[in-house]
Design a protein around this ligand. Structure first.
Ligand code: GDP
Ligand code: MG
Length: 379
C-alpha cells in the first residue's frame, strides 16, 4: 500500500480513540514499517515515531501523577463540549448515545459523580463530550460537586445544556443559568465573533478581519472606559460590540446548544425554553434513539465556529484533494497544519472563494480563509 494511503488508514483507525488505544495502533503499524524502507515510508515512520513519543510522554505524566484529580479531564480532539444539566436530565444518556463511552446511566439522581469524557467523530473532526455530575443550587458554596464542576464548565469550548421537558423548564433553566453566572459564564447562541485578549503591553491592537473606522473608535472607547490600555481585539468573523462589552466586564462568553429530553408528551415547555434562550439551537429527540436528535455533531461544530474548506491538489478550483474542517477565521498557515502539510517551505497559497476578490488570487500565509474556500498551497 502506498505510504500516503497507509497514513490515511492509520488516521481513520486512530480518530476518536483514547490515547492508550491510539498508542497501541501506532505501535503496531510502526512494527510493520521496516527500517530499510526509504522515501515516503521513511517519512511516515518518522511521523509515527514522533506521535508515539508524544503519546508515551502523556502516558508517563499520567502514571507519575498517580492519584489524579478526577475533575481534571485531559483535553482531546478539536474542541471540548461539556454536557451540563440538573440531576436525571439525561446527560449521561446523551454522552453514551453519541459517543458509546461507558458512563453510568440510571433513573436515580447523582449516578454520575465524576466527569467522564467520550469522543464524537463528526464531519472530519472529533469532539470531546464530557459527561458531568449534576448542577445543584449553590455549587459555588460547595453544594453537590461544588467548585470543581464550575471550573470544568469554564474549561469548555462550548456547553450542551440538557433540559428535561417533563419538569418546569422555567425553573430548571433558571437554576442552571444562575449557577453558570456564579462563574461569569454567559451562554452564546453562536460562535465567538470578536475576542478580547488582555495583554501585558503593546497598547490596543486589532487583529483578524479589518474593521471600519467607526467600529474601531467604538471599540477603543469601550476599552478606555474600562481602563484597559493593553489588549488585542481579534475579529474572528464579525465585529460585535456587545460581545466585546461583555468580555470587558469579565464575562466568559460560552457557545451553547440546548438538548431537550423526556419530550414524550406535547407540553408548551419547548417554546418556553426557546423564549428563555433566544437564538439558541434546541435539539429535541429520544436519547434512546440518538438518530432522532438529528445532526448533533453538526450543531455543535456550528456553535463552535467550525467550517469546511477544500484543499486543492493543483492550482485549479476543480482539483479537489481533501475537505478540511477548520475553525472560522483560520489563516493559510493553519490550513496547512490542519492538512498535515509541512509549513517549513510554504510560501503562500492561491484561493478561490469569498475571502478573495479575484478567483485564484495569490495570498500570503496570514490570509484568513472563509467557509467553502478552495485553497492551493504553494511551496
Ligand atoms: N423517557 C425518557 N427517559 C429518558 C430520556 N433521557 C434519559 N432518560 C432516562 O432518565 C434517566 C436519567 O438519565 P441519565 O442519563 O442518567 O441522566 P443524568 O443524571 O442527567 O446523567 C434514565 O433512566 C434514562 O433512561 C428521554 O429522552 N426520555
Ligand atoms: Mg449522569
Amino acid at each position: 500500500m502506498p505510504a500516503k494511503d497507509l497514513w490515511s488508514q492509520i488516521q481513520k483507525q486512530t480518530r476518536g480513540r483514547s490515547e492508550d488505544e491510539q498508542l497501541r495502533i501506532l505501535r503496531r503499524h510502526l512494527g510493520e514499517l521496516h527500517d530499510e524502507w526509504k522515501g515516503p515510508y521513511k517519512d511516515l515512520r518518522d511521523k509515527l515515531r514522533k506521535l508515539v513519543a508524544r503519546l508515551e510522554g502523556h502516558e508517563a505524566t499520567r502514571s507519575r501523577s498517580g492519584q489524579q484529580d478526577p475533575f481534571h479531564v485531559k483535553s482531546q480532539g478539536d474542541a471540548r463540549v461539556v454536557v451540563a444539566g440538573l440531576p436525571n436530565a439525561g446527560k449521561s444518556s446523551l454522552v453514551a448515545a453519541l459517543t458509546g463511552a461507558a458512563t453510568p446511566v440510571a433513573d436515580y439522581p447523582f449516578t454520575t459523580t465524576q466527569p467522564s469524557p467520550g469522543m464524537l467523530p463528526c464531519e472530519g473532526g472529533v469532539l470531546q463530550l464530557v459527561d458531568t455530575p449534576p448542577i445543584v443550587e449553590g455549587l459555588a458554596s460547595g453544594q453537590g460537586a461544588g467548585r470543581p464542576l464550575l471550573h470544568l464548565f469554564t474549561s469548555a469550548d462550548a456547553l450542551a445544556i440538557v433540559v428535561d421537558l417533563s419538569t418546569d423548564v422555567l425553573d430548571s433553566l433558571a437554576t442552571i443559568l444562575e449557577e453558570l453566572t456564579s462563574v461569569s459564564i454567559r451562554p452564546l447562541p453562536g460562535p465567538l465573533a470578536t475576542v478580547l485578549q488582555p495583554r501585558g503591553k503593546g497598547g490596543v491592537r486589532f487583529l483578524g478581519k479589518p474593521l471600519g473606522r467607526e467600529e474601531e473608535e467604538e471599540a477603543r472607547t469601550v476599552l478606555a472606559d474600562a481602563h484597559i490600555v493593553n489588549a488585542e481585539v481579534v475579529v474572528r468573523t464579525a465585529f460585535d460590540i456587545d460581545q466585546l462589552r461583555h468580555q470587558v466586564e469579565g464575562e466568559l462568553l460560552m457557545p451553547t446548544v440546548l438538548v431537550a429530553t423526556h419530550c414524550d408528551s406535547e407540553t408548551g415547555e419547548q417554546e418556553t425554553l426557546q423564549e428563555m434562550m433566544p437564538g439558541h439551537d434546541i435539539l429535541v429527540g429520544q436519547l434512546q434513539q440518538p438518530e432522532t436528535l438529528g445532526n448533533v455533531g453538526g450543531a455543535l461544530l456550528k456553535v463552535l465556529g467550525y467550517t469546511h474548506i477544500q484543499l486543492l491538489e493543483r492550482p485549479a478550483p476543480e482539483a479537489k484533494e481533501e475537505t478540511l474542517l477548520l475553525h472560522l477565521a483560520s489563516d493559510i498557515l493553519r490550513v496547512a497544519e490542519r492538512g498535515k502539510i509541512s509549513t517549513k517551505r510554504l510560501k503562500g497559497a492561491r484561493v478561490w472563494g469569498t475571502s478573495v476578490p479575484r478567483p485564484g488570487q495569490a495570498v500570503r500565509l496570514d490570509h484568513v480563509v472563509d467557509a467553502g474556500d478552495r485553497v492551493f498551497l504553494q511551496s
